[in-house]
Design a binder for this molecule. Structure first.
Ligand SMILES: [Zn+2]
Length: 84
């Protein structure tokens, strides 16, 4: 392995410890809940989830769990008001 890639790997390790360097603007994924799997998306600050609870409340356990997982990579303004 050449020395330049070794330097990049070291830098990647350091970056991985600093998630605040990342600002996620959009993503989409499948969330495997206890009873079902739901498509969850985030686009320009707007969350969406296929589950019934999200339909009625605009927030749900899936979006709140993702906010915790991605903490530091989402701006405060991008979190639904109901989340704490
Ligand atoms: Zn949901």
């Amino acid at each position: 392995m050449d020395s330049s890639i070794i330097g990049k790997i070291d830098k990647a390790r350091r970056y991985a410890e600093e998630p605040e360097r990342v600002s996620l603007t959009s993503f989409r994924g499948s969330f495997h809940g206890d009873h079902n799997t739901y498509e969850v998306s985030f686009d320009s600050g707007v969350w969406n989830c296929q589950c019934h609870f999200f339909d009625t409340r605009g927030v749900c356990s899936h979006t709140m769990a993702l906010q915790r997982i991605l903490e530091g990579m989402l701006d405060q303004a991008e979190k639904p008001a109901a989340a704490v």
